[in-house]
Design a protein around this ligand. Structure first.
Ligand code: SF4
Length: 376
């Protein structure tokens, strides 16, 4: 069984903080691209990828710019090439500005059973600052429309640690988010990436991000509040109602194989110690290679045992399930406790063992980059 990621690298307009690969779009480009994706599925199967697909994830970019008919054709093509496992999770990311009653029903009928909506904030000042194309009211309306269209697994993205945001601002935003009754919430602190419009504005002194203490207060506040109303904090940035973990992302954190389709997509195959491939983010090249029946993916990294060990630790400690010491011993023929005895000692009290699982506390997640660097 595999997980399948379909990358849709188009957005109506670039958000000023975003450094993901995405291009402007029009209907012709999307139509052409969705045909390329279908060709790519076929090329990947001929290249040795095997189903059935247990999770399918349309990410981007803005996949909700595809029409329901294009999504239905893609879901059919996945079924034809690989088949679906029973109960497969089919997720689509979407923005409130490109979702409406009609396309929501269409996406649901096409087989999408989980939506992840890029809300980011329900505060108008923050939405304007972030350059988003929707209002808070629009985002709330899209949630109601999605429920009416039959979605019973909805996620929302929430951004915190915004310039000038206080704890009480976050608390107000969170009150509105909780009224959405989303099954899943992804909570990301804003970061300023090199080369973005935000980086230029920060450099001109137009704004600054909250300092480390304020970031930590907001992160801890999100954890406390969301846990108190029944959400499970199951990964550094992700919360869900019980039983609504994103199966597709769990697959990444468990370091299992996944196939990436589309310009800019990555794949990982667990053969030997692991092989990572990437499709360069170049639409012209992508289309040309597929037209000739060639695989557009290029080798990015071939792991050795040490690299596989370190990546396993890095991914596992991000999640609440943590690192399974027995599975680690089976996989690598050496005990995690012995291999990393010094690092484990230095990471107390953030890292602890319960039965066979090593887990980081929430305070450890807050300084994850610092702690994990010891294991890498
Ligand atoms: S919609 Fe998402 S992917 Fe597109 S520019 Fe904005 S943040 Fe980036």
């Amino acid at each position: 069984m595999i997980s399948l990621y379909v990358h849709v690298p188009f957005c109506r307009r670039k958000c000023p903080y975003c450094d993901f690969y995405s291009s402007d779009t029009n209907l012709d480009i999307l139509d052409h691209y969705h045909h390329d994706l279908i060709k790519h599925l076929q090329v990947a199967r001929l290249g040795g990828w095997k189903g059935p697909v247990k999770t399918l994830f349309f990410g981007g970019g803005t996949p909700s710019l595809l029409t329901p008919n294009q999504v239905a054709l893609l879901v059919d093509a996945v079924d034809q090439q690989f088949g679906f496992a029973p109960g497969a999770e089919i997720t689509m990311e979407g923005n409130p500005s490109s979702l409406n009653h009609e396309n929501l029903s269409g996406f649901r009928n096409a087989g999408v059973n989980r939506l992840s909506i890029g809300v980011q904030s329900l505060d108008e000042t923050h939405l304007t600052l972030l350059g988003r194309q929707h209002t808070a009211g629009q985002a709330e309306k899209v949630f109601c429309q999605a429920r009416k269209a039959g979605f019973d697994n909805l996620g929302a993205d929430l951004m915190f640690a915004l310039p000038g945001e206080s704890l009480s601002d976050l608390e107000r935003d969170l009150d509105r988010f909780l009224r959405l009754e989303a099954e899943h919430l992804s909570c990301y602190g804003l970061t300023i990436e090199p080369g973005t419009e935000f980086a230029a504005r920060r450099d001109k002194g137009e704004f600054a991000l909250p300092d480390e203490d304020r970031y930590a207060d907001q992160y801890q506040h999100l954890h406390d509040r969301l846990s108190s109303v029944g959400y499970r904090h199951y990964e550094i940035a992700n919360y869900c109602q019980p039983g609504f973990e994103c199966q597709h992302n769990l697959n990444y954190w468990q370091r299992r194989s996944f196939l990436g389709i589309g310009a800019g997509a990555h794949s990982f195959s667990l053969r030997e110690w692991g092989v990572r491939e990437a499709v360069p983010p170049d639409l012209e090249r992508y289309s040309r290679l597929l037209a000739g029946g060639h695989d557009p993916a290029e080798l990015l990294e071939r792991f050795d045992r040490e690299g596989a060990t370190r990546e396993t630790v890095y991914l596992a400690l991000r999640s609440a399930d943590g690192l399974d010491a027995e599975a680690f011993l089976d996989r690598f023929g050496e005990s995690f406790d012995q291999m990393f005895a010094d690092e484990i000692l230095k990471s107390a009290p953030w890292l602890s063992r319960e039965e066979s699982h090593w887990r980081l506390q929430v305070g450890g997640w807050l300084i994850f980059d610092h702690l994990i660097s010891r294991f890498l």
